[in-house]
Design a protein around this ligand. Structure first.
Ligand code: ZN
Ligand code: ZN
Length: 409
């Protein structure tokens, strides 16, 4: 276990972030994960980091604040957070974030309060987030078990048992259980590249999704779309992995080119709330109808963020038969669940999904068909019977997915 912890910290710093000599590393970490954050900072210093800055998060305090602070604070943006994040970003810092929230901590918080807070934060941090989404800075999101999260995933047994099980599942997902994780990630990238080549070479103009749960929709793809996945090129041309794990290849649909209904296949942990058994109906790209068995109010708040929150910004393909999916664990954490399942995201599209998109202005991206929004929220739709057909420019139909898996791989 101890050995794996070292390997994991090293993997995140060297392969995930790919820290460079004299670079600053900003780690955002829950206080429960302090030991790991310290270990990661040691690994970063050993790899040449100039300085490691740790931004501690305490979700229990956030909950107390939601319950007890004066109402107007949820419409106020704390400037210091912008100064801090943008300041380091402009200095070329890399950002490692540890995502480990308690999936249900905020379930009794007024969803309106949360969405007001979310909105001012997204507005205030828009420039920072744009830098990340354009790969102007290197970033990586990864997870460390916490007791509350582990107990939600593995409810039976003791806290220690739950933690151990979640560690094991995470190590498997990020290939730390392999003798040489770095080599395993290189091989993984090769496999993703074969899928990317297949999709990019076909240059589909649309995809049609269908399954027995009721998903039946067509998504048009922008003329200049590209499929990406695995590592991204950072500002200095060095490869980094924005998510660890990552199993997806993804692109963007046309913001006004989605028609039909999509049904969720897993619960969505959104801001400490679970949204379950939900569906959206789209017309000309926009959600015109939606429902959820649980969390409908929270979902409504999400959709009401802005116009772009009612449209899709990402389409991602993950085989039903793949490493995380095969663990058959519901993680209640989007980083893991999205990499176990085909998914879409409501909200902002990644500019890198358009050829040369990282260099384009907001307006130019819009003209290419990219959706823009203050938000970007992934939700899972993959099932074991999902079929996806690609439609080429000559209107030929090419099977991409059958029975939940890539046809060719
Ligand atoms: Zn994704
Ligand atoms: Zn996403």
């Amino acid at each position: 276990m101890e050995n794996n912890l070292e390997k994991y910290a090293e993997l995140l710093v060297r392969t995930g972030i790919n820290i460079q000599e004299d670079q600053i590393l900003v780690i955002t970490s829950p206080i429960e994960c302090a030991d790991f954050a310290r270990l990661a900072s040691i690994k970063a210093y050993e790899s040449g980091a100039k300085e490691v800055v740790i931004r501690w998060i305490d979700e229990q305090s956030s909950k107390i604040r939601f319950d007890m602070a004066k109402d107007q604070v949820f419409d106020e943006f704390p400037e210091w957070i912008k100064t801090m994040l943008e300041g380091y970003a402009k200095k070329g810092a890399a950002f490692l974030s540890i995502a480990a929230s308690d999936p249900e901590l905020m379930k009794d918080v007024d969803p309106k309060k949360m969405s007001r807070q979310q909105k001012v934060m997204s507005q205030g941090l828009e420039a920072y987030r744009t830098r990340m989404m354009n790969n102007q800075n290197v970033w990586c999101v990864a997870s460390i078990p916490t007791v509350a999260w582990a107990k939600k995933v593995f409810p039976g047994g003791t806290e220690k048992e739950a933690l151990d099980k979640l560690w094991e599942a995470i190590y498997k997902a990020v290939r730390v259980d392999r003798p040489d994780p770095v080599a395993a990630w290189e091989e993984h990238q090769q496999n993703l590249n074969r899928r990317l080549d297949f999709l990019n070479n076909h240059h589909f103009k649309a995809l049609r999704y269908k399954n027995a749960a009721g998903t039946d929709l067509v998504l048009a793809l922008p003329e200049n779309h590209r499929w990406v996945g695995g590592g991204d090129q950072g500002p200095h041309g060095k490869v980094f992995f924005a998510n660890m794990p990552t199993e997806e290849v993804f692109t963007m649909p046309k913001a006004d080119g989605v028609d039909g209904t999509v049904v969720s296949s897993m619960p969505l942990n959104y801001n400490g709330n679970l949204i379950e058994d939900f569906r959206f109906t789209f017309s000309k790209g926009k959600v015109v109808d939606f429902d959820a068995r649980q969390g409908k109010e929270v979902l409504k708040e999400l959709l009401d963020t802005d116009d772009g929150a009612k449209r899709l910004g990402e389409i991602a393909l993950v085989p039903y038969d793949s490493p995380i999916s095969n663990q058959k664990i519901l993680f209640y954490n989007t980083l893991f669940d999205e990499n176990a399942s085909c998914h879409f995201a409501l909200g902002k599209a990644y500019p890198s999904c358009i050829k040369g998109g990282d260099e384009l202005s907001k307006e130019a991206l819009k003209n290419e068909g990219a959706n823009d929004s203050l938000t970007h929220v992934d939700f899972m739709i993959g099932t074991e019977d999902l079929s996806i057909v690609g439609i080429t420019e000559k209107d030929e139909e090419v099977p991409v997915f059958e029975q939940g898996n890539f046809v060719n791989f």
